[in-house]
Each structure stands twice: as C-alpha cells, then as structure tokens.
Design a protein around this ligand. Structure first.
Ligand code: PHE
Length: 344
C-alpha cells in the first residue's frame, strides 16, 4: 500500500507539473483528490489492514494528499501569474502611436472679438449694458435727437414692425435707456455690444444684420480730449502700439461735434495702398460729444453734465485685423473659415 501511495504521489505531481492551464489543473485535482479518486479508495481499504499498519498508512495518505494539494496550489499561482503577464503583454498601450484627434468647438470669431473689446473697455472702467433688439422708435431715433421727419433717418433704412416698433438700427438706443435709468446722476460709463438690423442688400460689405459696440461716458467735465484718449488707447490695444489715430469732422444727429476715427494703415504704414484706397488711413468708428438735446431728453442737465459716445462695427474691425474680404463669411458658418480663428 505504501508503494501504491508513493506511486500515486509521483503520478499526481507529474501531472501537476505538466498542466498548462487552470482547467488541466482542476482536472488533476478532481481525479486524484476527489471522492472517487484513488487516495480515497486507499483510505477506504484501510479496514483490511492490521492495527499497527493503519495509523502509518493513514498518516502517509494524509501526507500524500497534502503534498498533492500544495503542489496544485503552487502551480495554480504560477499559472495565474503567467496568465496575468500574458494579458498585460497583450493589452499594452503603445504610447508611440499617433493619437486620435478629439474635435472641439470654440467661440465664433465675432463673439471672441466682442469679448476682447469688452475686456479692453472694462479695463478702462466701463461696464457692459444691453438693450432689446426689437426697439421703440422713441429710443432708436427720437431720444437720439432724430424727430419723426428728420432727414437723417434716411441714413439708416429700417425694418419697422409697427409704426412705433422696429428692429434697432444701431446700439445707440442703449445710451438713452441707460441714461434714463440713472435719473440725471452721473457718472454713466458703459459699453453696449449687440446685434443691429438695416434694410440693406447683402453683399461683400453690407449685411441686413450685423453687430455694433457702443460706448458712452457721461459725467461732469467730460471733454473731447477724454474721448480722444480712450479711443487712442483702444486703437493701440486692438491694432498695435505703432498705430496712429486721427479724428475727422463728421455728422451724427446725437453728437455735436461729431467725428470719425481713422487709424493709420498697417499695410502701407501711411504711404497709401489699395486697402486704404491710397489715403494711408482706414475708417474705424463714429463718435462725438453727446448732443445737449440727447442729455436733456434722457434726464441729464447739459449745463452740469457732458459726455462722449462712440459706435463701432466688430465685423469691420475683424475684417481689417484679419484681412477678411467678405462680411458674409461671418454668418454662413463655414467651419473651414471659423476654424482658422480657434485658439487652443
Ligand atoms: N450709431 C452710429 C451709427 O450706427 C455710430 C455712432 C455711435 C456715432 C455713437 C456717434 C456716437 O452709425
């Protein structure tokens, strides 16, 4: 019996050794240590042994059983480790492979530019104010010194909704609305971005809808030199420190005197080229000192208060800054155009 046990042990250990997978090992376990296995059989046959032999064989059978289970456990651990190693090898990430790009969006060029302009003026103490796009005739025109039959209304062809309501043609009505809210007390120092609408036929330089940014500063002792200083700072920050500005006399019903601001042409440095039409200067915005009538109508005393206002078109600024030749690019949402202005 001793020999039989020794044989079983050797046989089992050999099979454990040869097992290549956990399944093989399980098989070995079942066939040697299972209830119907040979060792159980040996133990069952112990009844036939003499009293002296019984404990010796019993102990040996237990030892053989333990030796086999231990071998199985050790082998199981080895197999698992091997399997894990294999898995790690197969699932390894090759960090040298090129990555797949993740498509991302970004703010529209105009949105970004308007935010930059807002930031620039916030840096000079302005705050942002807004107003409705469907506007009353009163705020869009009358409160800006443009009574009903004023010929200057023709400067801006309008989309009327009713006799008294229209799509605003400019951001200037926000001036009147904001001053009204201040009830005659300064300072009012605002910048007003927004969409405006005009009855224009769309082409490379005209659009029935575009954006404007208005500025207004009303307080005691606001002078034209303040306007010039603020606009000069804006031009330098927006177009570069080497740009010069000049103010030309102009006309707007709500400012007196009125001016238009030009910046020196970056392309030809003032020499004259096709972009500046040979003048060396490029028109950027309209501005002026707030007309006393406008101050008065919005509840400010023109004897005590004075102010300046300006209005610019972000599309025009973007076109000049980035050399965009057609205003319609801003609205047709061609990603090939828009993507050029995405910043990481
Ligand atoms: N609202 C004027 C326009 O649309 C621009 C402007 C604003 C001019 C403020 C002077 C002062 O043409």
């Amino acid at each position: 019996m001793k020999e039989r046990l020794e044989e079983l042990k050797q046989e089992a250990l050999l099979q454990v050794e040869q097992a290549d997978t956990s399944e093989d090992l399980q098989q070995v376990k079942v066939s040697f240590l299972g209830k119907k296995g040979p060792i159980t059989e040996v133990l069952r046959g112990m009844g036939k042994l003499s009293k002296d032999e019984r404990p010796v064989i019993g102990q040996m059978a237990n030892e053989v059983r333990e030796a086999i289970s231990e071998a199985i456990e050790t082998k199981q651990a080895t197999l698992e480790a091997k399997k894990l190693e294999q898995q790690l090898k197969e699932e390894k990430i090759d960090v040298t492979l090129p990555g797949r790009p993740v498509p991302t969006g970004g703010p529209h060029l105009l949105t970004k530019l308007i935010q930059d302009i807002e930031d620039l003026f916030i840096g000079m103490g302005f705050s942002v104010a807004e107003g409705p796009e469907v506007e009353q005739d009163y705020y869009n025109f009358e409160a800006l010194n443009l009574p009903k039959d004023h010929p200057a209304r023709d400067m801006q062809d309008s989309f009327y909704i009713t006799n008294e309501l229209l799509l605003r043609t400019q951001t200037s009505p926000i001036q009147a609305r904001t001053m009204e809210k201040h009830e005659g007390r300064g300072p009012v120092k605002i910048i007003c971005p927004g969409k405006v609408y005009r009855r224009d036929t769309d082409d490379a330089t005209h659009s029935h809808q575009f954006t404007q940014i208005e500025g207004l500063y009303v307080d005691e002792n606001v002078r034209m030199s303040d306007l010039k200083g603020v606009l000069n700072e804006f031009a330098k920050q927006m177009f570069g420190n080497d740009r010069e500005i000049r103010l030309r006399p102009s006309f707007f019903p709500f400012t007196e005197p009125s001016v238009e601001m030009d910046i020196s042409c970056k392309l030809c440095n003032g020499e004259g080229c096709s972009v500046c039409k040979g003048t060396g200067w490029i028109e950027i915005l309209g501005a002026g000192m707030v007309h006393p009538n406008v101050l008065r109508m919005s509840g400010f005393d023109p004897e005590k208060y004075s102010g300046f206002a300006f209005g610019m078109g972000p599309e025009r600024i973007a076109m000049l800054k980035y050399g965009i030749e057609d205003i319609r690019h801003f609205y047709t949402n061609d990603v090939r155009f828009l993507k050029q202005f995405h910043q990481a």
